[in-house]
Design a protein around this ligand. Structure first.
Ligand code: PLP
Length: 388
């Protein structure tokens, strides 16, 4: 069987486990290195920085190469993957690669908060303007493209409010205009949305979430087409990005079970979302697979599944009641991030400048791998407490 004919669950198990990297072990081991020793000066002087070639710790060892290769194989049409020490770094490094002073970036108005902050502070300071757009703009993005627009950032579904974008539509417009596209695909992963095949140039994962899957590692990845990969990898090394082999190893370990974990997150999150929708204290349920969610039609057309993160509106509740509800939950931790095996709940207040959030008084849930009946019982008790 050729690598490209394998189905995705098989690729998750096989990916990166080259015989020359793992020897007789099942998994490529953790290879720690800063210095790599050369036999001769000629050998030292003749090589160049390249993934898969031992040169210096920055370029990694078989442990990092195995993860990068496995992630690349998940995206048909991709040429390679650059790894980063966080999901945020996997967003900022590609932006710094593509953009120069005087350029303009288009970014969705519901983008992940720290990404927005990077655009508004760091990029601005270097003379790069960010123009925010309504995440549901679709191919009408053509009207926003100006003389200096060099890249379009997408995030689908969007942070907190979960709008599903018309990714193929936006990417088709961008490609016709010679503009690069980057997608934060952390929610769907390539399992539910193979982004490069949909026309994206650089697809980004906060691998901290579903790739790691256990809430114990910070990791990011940017997977790119042949047109962009070499430059992206070189500029990431120029910026000094590296991932520790222990963290890369945890990423590879997480990948092996990602398909089964995601299917369970999907099933349980759908059960909880449908239950919430039927509760009188709940307004809109912003879950991409439910018709309440803006852009649901794009999810239906383009996505192969849904994961464990969604938001819902607590009807008529103020901030204090919402906090009381979140604090009353026993099985949901209160904390940032998501994508681990455990459930989380967080009050969220979207920041917007050019569009209106679809709902207010939002609670974001990450549905973990607990029994969904227990999660529903916990949420029912929480709703009872704030209704009393
Ligand atoms: C959609 C999205 N993108 C990127 C990130 C950043 O990932 P990290 O926390 O690994 O920096 C997050 C983190 O919550 C996220 O939710």
């Amino acid at each position: 069987m050729t690598d490209s004919s394998k189905r995705i669950a098989t690729k998750l198990v096989d990916g990166g486990r080259r015989r020359e990297w793992r020897g007789r072990l099942v998994n490529p081991p953790v290879e720690r290195a800063s210095t790599i020793l050369f036999d001769t000066v000629a050998e030292l002087e003749s090589g160049r920085a390249k993934l898969g070639t031992y040169r210096y710790g920055l370029q990694g060892t078989a442990t990092q190469w195995a993860l990068a290769e496995a992630l690349t194989e998940l995206e048909p049409g991709a040429a390679g993957t650059a790894l980063y020490s966080s999901g945020l770094a996997a967003v900022t490094a590609p932006l710094l690669t593509l953009l120069s002073a005087g350029d303009e970036l288009l970014a969705p108005d519901n983008v992940y908060g720290p990404t927005r902050r990077f655009c508004d502070t760091f990029l601005r300071r270097y003379g790069i303007a960010t123009r925010y757009y309504d995440p549901l703009v679709g191919s009408a993005i053509s009207e926003l493209i100006g003389e200096n627009t060099r890249a379009i950032l997408l995030e689908s579904p969007g942070s907190q409010t979960m709008e599903v974008q018309d990714v193929p539509g936006i990417c088709a417009v961008a490609r016709a205009s010679g503009i690069a596209t980057l997608l934060d695909n952390t929610w769907a992963t390539p399992l539910f949305f193979p982004a490069i095949a949909a026309g994206v140039d650089i697809t980004i994962l906060a691998a901290t979430k579903y790739v790691g899957g256990h809430a114990d590692v910070m990791l990011g990845a940017a997977t790119a087409t042949a047109e962009h990969y070499d430059r992206l990898q070189q500029s990431s090394w120029d910026l000094g990005h590296s991932v520790s082999p222990d963290d890369a190893w945890l990423g590879s370990r997480g990948l092996r079970t990602m398909a089964v974990r995601l299917r369970q997150h999907e099933e349980s999150a759908l059960a909880v979302a449908h239950w919430l929708k039927a509760q009188p204290q709940v307004g809109r349920v912003l879950h991409p697979a439910l018709p309440d969610c803006p852009g649901h039609e794009h999810w239906k057309r383009d996505y192969k599944g849904s994961s464990g993160l969604f938001s819902f509106e607590l009807k008529g509740a103020g901030k204090e009641t919402r906090a009381k509800f979140v604090e009353s939950l026993e099985l949901f931790g209160i904390g940032f991030s998501w994508g681990g095996f455990e459930s989380l709940a967080l009050p969220v207040d979207p920041v917007r400048t050019v569009s209106t959030p679809p709902a207010s008084n939002l609670v974001r849930l990450h549905i973990g791998l607990e029994d969904p009946a227990d999660l529903i019982a916990d949420l029912a008790e929480g709703l009872r407490r704030i209704s009393g």
